[in-house]
Design a protein around this ligand. Structure first.
Ligand code: B12
Length: 283
């Protein structure tokens, strides 16, 4: 018989930070902003296990401040190449109740879209856009550990951007959303050849291969990739901002349409996982 841990037991703030997958200073900020309950024991902050649990439970998260409101300030820091300042905005949003998913999809993605809009109308130079995307890439990497989930994985997913596609941040966000939902993700990055998608599908036996397309005009490369993956018998899903409707997705050889947001991708993958499991049971 296993004994449930005593929920009134306390852990140090260092241990609490490790449990939450955040830096000590982030956990400290949670305490200072009143989000995470803790008590000072001499010079050391102690956190009760039940308080740690309620902090982790989204149902009990206090009122959230919408992270979108911080996007203009983030754009500014991205273009300045100021990773520290940009990270501070993200930490503040986390301390205000936003989840790492909210940071990705409601703060970072809108900020990047604003950068793109600035570039399109000539307000943001190519150099600035490159600096902003390099900084954004670093922020995505820093947020990465917050999406790692211990324990048995629900299945493997392969994610990459199609040949000719340099935009790999959208695929990286999708990959982290899936990691956060408990999947093992094989991330192939930008400009992935059709044959590499197929090879990886054969090696990894994933639930699905997800192909990200942002730049219009790569239809031939996308079809090559979907054909190559389909030949392996693994479901293939095409998405990204260049895939504007279910009809476009189908015309590119996608087995499914996941919608426009990475949140929808997780729901679709879960459905494919269940199909995958029942296919395995019947063979
Ligand atoms: C950063 C950036 C770059 C960086 C990329 C850096 C990197 N490592 O990723 C650099 C500077 C390299 C770049 C290059 C170019 N870019 Co650019 N870029 C952008 C910018 C500013 C942000 C992209 C981004 O990360 N967006 C945020 C992501 C998270 O949002 P998202 O794409 O919608 O992704 C979500 C969903 O689509 C979904 N999703 C993503 N992938 C998948 C996959 C599956 C299977 C599913 C189901 C869902 C899914 O989940 C994501 C999260 O919700 C955009 C502006 C914009 N509007 O996005 C322009 C933009 C995409 N770029 C554009 C252009 C034109 C170019 C260039 C052609 C410019 C040039 N002339 O050289 C090149 C293209 C190079 C190439 N062949 O790929 C245009 C595209 C125009 C169009 N749609 O017609 C945009 C829209 C700018 C603009 N306003 O005109 N770019």
């Amino acid at each position: 018989m296993s004994v449930a841990p005593d929920q009134s037991r306390t852990v140090s703030l260092v241990e609490a930070a490790a449990e939450l997958g955040v830096h000590y200073m982030t956990a400290y900020r949670y305490v200072r902003t009143g989000r995470l309950a803790a008590e000072l024991d001499g010079h050391e902050w102690r956190v009760r296990l039940d308080d740690l649990e309620s902090f982790r439970s989204p149902r009990q998260t206090p009122v959230r401040s919408a992270p979108q409101g911080r996007a203009p300030r983030l754009v500014d820091r991205l273009i300045a190449g100021d990773e520290t300042g940009a990270w501070r905005i993200i930490e503040d949003a986390l301390a205000g109740g936003s989840s790492p998913t909210d940071i990705h999809l409601d703060l970072l993605a809108p900020a990047l879209r604003r950068v793109g809009e600035g570039w399109r109308v000539g307000r943001v130079s190519v150099a600035d856009e490159h600096r902003a995307s390099a900084t954004a890439r670093r922020l995505v990497a820093r947020l990465g550990p917050q999406f790692s989930r211990p324990g048995r994985k629900r299945g493997t997913i392969v994610v990459g951007a199609v040949a000719g596609e340099w935009h790999d941040i959208p695929a990286a966000l999708v990959a982290d959303q899936l990691r956060g939902a408990g999947y093992a993700v094989v991330e192939l990055g930008a400009n992935t050849p059709a044959t590499s998608f197929a090879e990886t599908a054969q090696q990894e036996h994933p639930v699905a291969v997800l192909i990200s397309v942002t730049t219009p005009g790569l239809d031939g490369a996308v079809r090559d990739a979907t054909d190559a993956v389909r030949a392996t018998g693994v479901p293939v899903v095409v998405g990204g901002s260049a895939v504007t409707s279910a009809r476009v997705a189908r015309s590119l050889g996608s087995d499914e349409w996941a919608g426009r947001d990475a949140r929808d991708v997780v729901a679709l993958v879960e459905r494919l996982r269940q199909d995958h499991a029942s296919r395995r049971r019947s063979t």
